[in-house]
Design a protein around this ligand. Sequence first.
Ligand code: SAM
Length: 467
Amino acid sequence: MFSYRHAFHAGNHADVLKHFVQVQLHKYMNQKDTAYTYVDTHAGAGVYALDSVQALKSGESEGGIARLWERDDLPPALAEYVDLVRALNPSGKLRYYPGSPWVAEQSMRIEDRLRLFELHPADVKLLDQNVRKLEAHKAEQGERARGRRIIVDRADGFQSLKALLPPPSRRALVLCDPPYEVKLDYKHVYDAFNEALGRFPSGMYAIWYPVLQRMESRQFADRLKRLPAKEWLHVTLTVATPGPDGTGMHSSGMFVLNPPYTLEATLRETMPYLVNVLGVDSGASFRIETGTQQTGALAGRVGLQGAGAPAARAGAQGAAAPAGRPGGPGAGGRPGAQGAGPRIPAGNARRASPLSGKGSLRLPGQPYESPARAQDEDKPSGSQMDPVKREARRKFYGTQSGAAGSGNASGNARGSRDASASSGPGRSPARPAGGAGGSRGPANAGSQGGQATGPRKSFKRSGPGRG
Ligand code: SAM
C-alpha cells in the first residue's frame, strides 16, 4: 500500500521546479500582513538526506539540485530557492534537501500556520521529528509562535483539505503533490480542488504532476483548466526526450489555480535558465500557459513545444553557460533573504543547521558562504514590456526588475499568454535521459490504491527525536 518514498527522488528536476515555484507562491502570500495557512496535502518526510541509501540508489538529485548548487549565475527567483537549500546545508556541502514542508516553513512568517498531511507511517514519523527539531531550533533562536504553528497529521490529504477551507484568516496556500502511482490520484486531485474552489474560491492552489505518456497524465492539465478558478497558470519543465518505451519521468508540471500575477513574468525569466542547466538533451524545454475562467483552456493552448518563442529563446541565451558548469554569464541576482523571500539565518544561526538536533550544533565542514551576487539595478526587461507590468514587477522585486526578454515571450499572434522553448542543441548530457528515475516510486510501485480512503488518524507527536 505504501510503496512510494520520496527519499528516492528528493532534489530531482521535478523537485526543483516544484519547490522553486513554491517559494515564489509564499513570497507572494507574504506580501500581505494577514497571516495565512499553508496546507500540504502530501507532505512527505520534510527533509531528505541525499547521502541516504535511498537517495544514493536513484541518484536523482544529480540531475536536479546538484546542478544548481555551485552556480553563481542563478536568476534571482531561482537564487531564492537555492539559498533556502543552502541554508539547510551550512557546511557548504550539499547533504540535505528540503521537502515542501521545510520549504514552506522557511518561507513563511512566524504568524502563519502549517497543516501537513502524510499517510506513510515511516515518513509521517520522520516529518514529525523534523518539525520538532525545527521548532526547538527556532525556540533557541528566540522565535516562538503563539499557539501551535505546525500541525502534522497522519491523514488522507485529499479528504482532510475540505475541512480546512475556508481558513479563519481567509488566506490559504495549498500544495498538492501526490505520488500518482495509481490512476485514481488524478481523479482525487480534480475532485479535491473542485470542492476546494467551491468552498474557498480565492485560495491559491498549486498542483504538481508528472508529465508521462499515460493517458491520465496527458489529459490532466486540460482537465485542471476546466476547474472553476478565476485564473490558472501551467508550467512544465522537460529535461529530456522521452525514450521510445515511454519509461522514466523526464518532465513535470506545476498547475497553479489563482496564481500570483507576478508568477508568469518570473517563470519567463527563469525557465530558460532551468532548461539550459537541467536539460540533458535537445528535447529539454519548458512551457508556460495561462488562462482565465472566461477564456478557459483556449487562452493557453497556443505555442508548440520546441518551437521556441523568440523572447524565450533570447532569455535562454542570456544564461547560456554550458550545462552543469558554474560561472557562466550571469543573469544577475540579489540576495535571497530579502523582503518577503525565504529567510536566511544570519551569524551563528546561519551556521547552525536545525537538523543537527536540539541546539545550535554545527555540521562538520566549512560554514557556507553565499556566493556574491550582483545587485541587478532596474535592468531593462525589454523595451516591449508593458509599463504597468514593469511597475508591478518593480514594486514586487524592489530594486530589481529581472532579466531581459522574457516578459514578452508569447510569440503568438493571438496574444494568448503561452510560451515554450527548447534548449539549444548540442549540450552534452550529464546523465542519461533515463536517469530521471523510472517511475516516481521504487521498484514495487503501484500499490497505493487504498491510500485515498485510508483512516484519518491524528498523529501523536510523541516519537523520539533523531539527531
Ligand atoms: N510534497 C513532498 C515534497 O515536495 O517534499 C513530497 C510528497 S511525495 C511526492 C507524496 C507523499 O504523499 C508520499 O510521502 C506518500 O506517502 C504520501 N501520500 C500518498 N497518498 C497520500 C494521501 N492520500 N494523503 C496524504 N499523503 C499521502
